[in-house]
Design a protein around this ligand. Structure first.
Ligand SMILES: Cc1cc2nc3c(=O)[nH]c(=O)nc-3n(C[C@H](O)[C@H](O)[C@H](O)COP(=O)(O)O)c2cc1C
Length: 371
């Protein structure tokens, strides 16, 4: 049955929830290029910071990307309402309120998961935000602060009463951070208690995991975060498995390296070479994770200073995993990507310029050093 969140209907039961440092516009473009219909959210943005700088790039959206939420955090109802209005102006389909972040820097105020200990304040935030915008308001939270305070069911009921149109529940407590296993049976209790859609979240790393979570929790949809790191194909693979029972094979290693390059090129283009390449290092670690023989290359990828370095190292790795044919496939994809970005291969780029376009000199990458 299609899921309705406020006034919009979802075509997919799979949601990529907010991940700070990950779910930026570049990552979302990559996911959408292979699964256009899944719901996604921006990284969390501080409502307080938006008072001083209302133009945060975290809220940058592609005009065509839907359904998309902007996640805000904070604990002052009026400040949160202001942030929600900015999100609405930006074109978001929904505003998500972060009530689950466990990081001490966030919780030591009353932000993130600290709000699970302040349900009255949380209620006021949700209803004030709801009254300030014409969009559905959603809430993301955990099972509770710790094992002796698992109040997710009451908290979910409060969120629904206060006007939330959907909730995402991560099956861990704040105290657990990311340790232990997500408790899907407790998420089931929240689902049972609410009439708005509930997305279950925690430890879904395969299509089979996603189905299991839905079976155990009875949830309307599944939110998949870490499983998508370096692995955006997981989203369409889950969708196909849930909808048709078909388990698509994961893409081969050369395909993963090509995606790693595209992600890095996208970051360099959007954030400028210096910041983009810096950020791409941790993504490249994910794209090469689990590839046999990749360890020494991964090490080098953590130190790249340019997109040319990135292409060089990945092309060497493509040779290791796919031989000459694999390497040529990789280089062809790099070349096509640069052409698509409006650059002739060979134009090169300087690291000193915070270049908006950061093309790779493909010919400079060849001939490749054989491992
Ligand atoms: C790097 C990283 C950043 C995250 N940032 C956010 C965030 O900004 N807002 C939020 O609500 N949750 C955030 N989360 C939590 C995830 O959305 C998700 O709830 C959690 O990772 C559990 O799901 P998973 O097991 O599928 O990864 C973050 C998680 C990771 C790994």
């Amino acid at each position: 049955m299609p899921i309705k969140i406020g006034n919009f209907t979802l075509q997919s039961r799979v949601y990529v929830p907010p991940m700070a440092g990950v779910t930026d516009i570049v990552f979302r473009q990559i996911v959408r290029s292979i699964d256009p219909q899944c719901m996604m959210s921006t990284e969390m943005v501080s409502s307080r910071a938006l008072l001083a700088r209302p133009e945060s790039r975290i809220m940058d959206l592609d005009p065509d990307e839907h359904p998309i939420g902007i996640q805000i955090f904070g604990h002052e109802p009026d400040v949160m309402a202001n942030a929600a209005q900015l999100a609405q102006k930006k074109g978001a389909d929904f505003v998500d309120i972060n009530m689950g972040c466990p990081v001490p820097k966030i919780t030591k105020g009353k932000d993130g998961c600290a709000l699970m200990r302040e349900p009255d304040l949380a209620r006021e935030i949700i209803s004030t935000v709801k009254a300030a915008v014409d969009l559905p308001v959603t809430v993301k939270f955990r099972l509770g602060w710790d094992d002796s305070n698992r109040n997710a069911v009451e908290f979910g009921e409060m969120a629904e009463e206060a006007g939330a149109s959907m909730v995402t529940v991560h099956g861990r407590t704040r105290q657990q951070l990311y340790s232990g296993k997500a408790d899907w049976t407790h998420i089931a209790l929240v689902k049972k208690a609410l009439s708005i859609p509930v997305f279950g979240n925690g430890d879904v790393f395969s299509p089979e995991n996603a189905l299991q979570l839905l079976e155990i929790t009875g949830c309307d949809g599944v939110a998949v975060a870490r499983g998508t790191l370096g692995n955006p194909w997981l989203i369409p693979r889950i969708t196909k498995y849930l909808d048709h029972g078909i388990l698509d094979v994961a893409p081969d290693e050369v395909e993963r390296l090509i995606a790693g390059y595209r992600h890095s090129a996208g970051l360099a283009k959007y954030k400028g070479s210096r910041i983009g390449i810096n950020e791409s290092r941790r993504h490249l670690t994910q794209y090469t994770k689990g590839i046999s023989g990749a360890a020494p290359f991964r090490n080098r990828l953590t130190q790249i200073g340019s997109l040319t370095d990135c292409a060089q190292i990945l092309s060497e790795l493509a040779y290791v995993v796919g031989g000459k044919e694999g390497q040529e496939r990789f280089l062809r994809a790099v070349e096509q990507d640069d052409l698509k970005n409006g650059k002739e291969p060979g134009e090169g780029h300087s690291d000193r310029e915070s270049s908006v376009q950061a093309p790779v000199d493909v010919r400079a990458v060849l001939p490749v050093a054989k491992p």
